[in-house]
Design a protein around this ligand. Structure first.
Ligand code: ATP
Ligand code: MG
Length: 369
């Protein structure tokens, strides 16, 4: 373990040196011993000690309390005051600096070391609290951002619904039956897309709050994938052929693996939907499954528009959509959900892509107990 680094700020040099010797003998590292506030600010900046022992009466133009205040504005270092002053006013001023301790001279070195340990643990608690607050703040900001973006995304399908209902209401009697059914289809598609968005935003929320858990159970993988692929084929256009193979390179691997069917369904359907969606010219979309003895690999390959390299580092982030995809509908939530679900299943995801040639996403999931 590295020693706790301490800066001593004390105008009585003899007191400072003897305190430094005693603390060093107890295993602390004394980064420096200085007599003025100006020097203390400089050394605190340069050496970033873990804690400062600060006399209130100092050489130089500022006292220990103002020095502590100045240091606290830029650096988060706990300060313990060592002083012969115990007037109410001085104690009050010292408290206002957010000090971590106040020791009256003369003190025993054991008292100093106890105060140091209490101050450090109080400081650690303060740090953890700050971190917890920061991540709670970040979480609620992300939720707000999701809501704002989702609300924005709702506007397109909602205006389609508005337009089609207006047409049906105002000109319903005069509309030809095929025109009418087109409007009903549009309304239905818009409702589907709003429900999908709500589902996605809720899934993101569940993953982030830790509400979603992995529940593995024995799964007939071949049947599961074959069914999923046939559903995808129904939803794909006539231009797409959704194909599927499963292989067992090792005969012994022909077992019923333990996987979470809900997570797997969300992962594969997102990847297959993307593969279909981002190959608007049609072509083959293939799901290839390789079962080994302790894990399974899924490869989803398309020959679509591809992902430009500049998007590689952020493609799993929420709401990131590549420029070449802007004519195709989407919210940019699918892959971030997939990544979270793969992590939840203790698996890995990677991809390989070439613009205008195609993309392959590879997910490897371990069989869980
Ligand atoms: P949705 O939330 O409806 O899934 P989306 O498809 O835009 O919206 P993601 O699935 O997260 O969002 O994908 C993010 C982006 O990654 C897409 O907008 C697209 O630019 C790119 N992308 C994903 N899969 C492919 C793919 N198979 N081929 C080309 N680009 C892809
Ligand atoms: Mg998607």
């Amino acid at each position: 373990m590295t020693a706790t680094k301490i800066l001593i700020v004390e105008d009585e040099l003899l007191t400072a040196m003897s305190l430094a010797d005693d603390l060093e003998a107890m295993g602390y590292e004394i980064v420096d011993t200085v007599t003025s506030g100006e020097e203390a600010i400089q050394i605190a900046n340069d050496c970033q000690p873990d804690l400062i022992l600060m006399d209130i009466n100092l050489a130089g133009s500022i006292d220990g309390i103002d020095t502590a205040l100045e240091i606290r504005q830029h650096l988060n270092i706990p300060v313990i005051f060592l002083t012969s002053y115990n007037s109410n006013e001085t104690v009050k001023r010292a408290q206002q600096t957010g000090s971590f301790g106040y020791l009256l001279k003369p003190f025993k070195v054991k008292e100093v070391s106890t105060s140091i340990e209490i101050a450090l643990s109080k400081y650690q608690e303060e740090l953890s609290l700050r971190q917890a607050l920061a991540s709670a703040k970040q979480y609620s900001e992300q939720q707000l951002q999701s809501l704002a973006i989702a609300a924005h995304e709702f506007r397109t399908p909602l205006s389609v619904i508005q337009l089609s209902t207006d047409m049906l209401k105002d000109g319903g009697d005069k509309l030809a039956p095929d025109k009418k059914s087109k409007h009903f289809e549009r309304i239905q598609r818009s409702i589907d897309s709003i429900s999908q968005m709500i589902k996605d935003v809720l899934t993101v929320g569940k993953v982030e709050s830790g509400e979603l858990v992995c529940n593995p159970s024995p799964l007939d993988l071949d049947r599961f994938c074959a069914e999923l692929v046939s559903v995808c084929q129904i939803h794909a256009s006539k231009l797409h052929q959704v194909t599927y193979q499963i292989q067992y390179p090792d005969e012994a691997a022909k077992i019923t693996p333990n996987l979470d069917p809900d997570l797997l369904l969300a992962i594969l359907s997102n990847l297959l939907t993307n593969a279909i969606k981002y190959s608007p010219q049609g072509g083959e979309v293939n799901l290839s499954v390789t079962c080994k003895s302790n894990n399974v690999t899924f490869e989803v390959q398309d020959c679509g528009i591809g992902i430009p390299t500049e998007y590689y580092p952020k493609i799993f982030e929420r709401f990131v959509r590549a420029e070449n995809a802007n004519k195709i509908k989407g919210t940019g939530l699918g892959l971030s959900i997939v990544k979270n679900l793969v992590d939840l299943h203790k698996g890995e995801i990677k991809f390989d892509s070439r613009v205008s040639e195609g993309t392959k996403f590879t997910v490897t999931l371990p069989y869980l107990l």
